[in-house]
Design a protein around this ligand. Structure first.
Ligand code: TRP
Length: 348
């Protein structure tokens, strides 16, 4: 694939368009993206991207918090993979920014300054820290400070809103508390984001266990847990046809099991048809038909995304040029905020 001779010309994002809120989101470049990431986060982002000013960050520094599993070459490749997946899914680089966290050094710098104002007790209380630390022989200080880095990500861009899933709510509240504490100690400097904005996407559960959210780490161990964003159609279809439903074999309104609700939710998120309308169509019909329809819809949705992903991953020049342009735009914002922060705290 040849490199296009010109990248779409991009206007600078600072100063922010006054009417649009700035939204920030981070995605870890660990594991493979799956249908849950796509329907729960990427697709709603794509759908709402023009309502906001968007900053998408591939958080490679966060991926270092469990150093035992870091593979440097893989880490770089995964970062590019996430960028390509977002673009292939319809993120418009002329409007939305997408960049890699470590390419803006200010994330690490702000994180240190915020560490110095964050009481240890606040970090101890983070439920995600507790669950990630559990059972590990060594727990790095980075794992404890993970939410401080996340706060730095958010605060570095004067972010208005951080649309996140429920599991990240506590981290957003912490980011606000850190901003308030910094401002209390050093004067009004940091902008605290809004309390919490739901992601507006579907909550996709595991296909092999509809009681847990579809997860990258479980998917690594259990092939029937998730449909990968890059999974070939035959395999994707097979995984969906094997999805756990319940011991019955047809749908009875009002008695749907979590597996059936999950399949209907997936279909609804892909096609836009309401779950009620899907449920009505399936009253008294066998689960096999529902699964087949879900499989067809998912394959039809993912096929063009996969084709564009493959094209982007082979077009290094194009991906680099998009990254360079985006990074330059967000760097301007980050540098402005850091000047304010350094001034307030007396360094730099
Ligand atoms: N912790 C987030 C997750 O695991 C990733 C993340 C890092 C993030 N920095 C962020 C999300 C800033 C929102 C805003 O999903």
């Amino acid at each position: 694939m040849s490199t296009p001779s010109s990248v779409p010309s991009l206007s600078p994002l600072t100063p922010a368009a006054p009417s649009k809120l700035r939204a920030f989101s981070g995605v870890q470049p660990t594991g493979k993206l799956h249908l849950g990431n796509y329907l729960g986060a990427i697709k709603p982002w794509v759908q709402h991207q023009h309502a906001r000013e968007n900053v998408f960050c591939v958080v490679d520094l966060h991926a270092l918090t469990i150093p035992e599993v870091v593979n440097p070459a893989q880490l770089r490749a995964n970062c590019r993979g996430v960028v390509a997946a977002f673009l292939a899914s319809g993120i418009d680089p002329a409007h939305s920014n997408i960049f890699i966290q470590s390419h803006i050094r200010e994330h690490a710098e702000l994180q240190w300054l915020l560490n110095c104002v964050t009481p240890l007790g606040w970090l101890d209380r983070m439920t995600q820290f507790k669950s990630k630390a559990e059972g590990r022989e060594t727990v790095g200080a980075g794992l404890l400070n993970y939410p401080v880095l996340q706060a730095a990500d958010i605060l570095l861009y004067d972010t208005d809103v951080v649309p996140v899933g429920d599991d990240q709510k506590q981290h957003i509240e912490l980011a606000r508390d850190i901003a308030f504490r910094f401002n209390h100690l050093f004067g009004e400097t940091l902008k605290a984001p809004a309390l919490s904005v739901p992601l507006a996407g579907a909550r996709v559960m595991g296909l092999d266990d509809p009681t847990v959210k579809m997860s990258k780490s479980i998917a690594e161990q259990r092939p029937n847990h998730a449909v990968g964003l890059d999974q070939d159609p035959a395999k994707a279809r097979k995984v969906i046809m094997k999805a756990v439903t319940d011991t019955g074999c047809e749908y009875a309104p009002g008695l749907a099991s979590p597996g059936v609700v999950n399949l209907m939710g997936i279909l609804s998120a892909v096609t836009g048809e309401s779950v009620d309308s899907i449920a009505e169509r399936y009253a008294g019909r066998g689960y096999g038909y529902l699964k087949a329809e879900v499989a067809d819809a998912v394959v039809a949705e993912l096929t063009p995304v996969q084709a564009e992903y493959a094209r982007l991953m082979n077009d290094h020049g194009y991906l680099d040029s998009i990254l360079n342009t985006s990074t330059a735009r967000v760097r301007e914002i980050a540098e402005g905020v850091m000047r304010r922060v350094r001034g307030a705290i007396g360094v730099g």
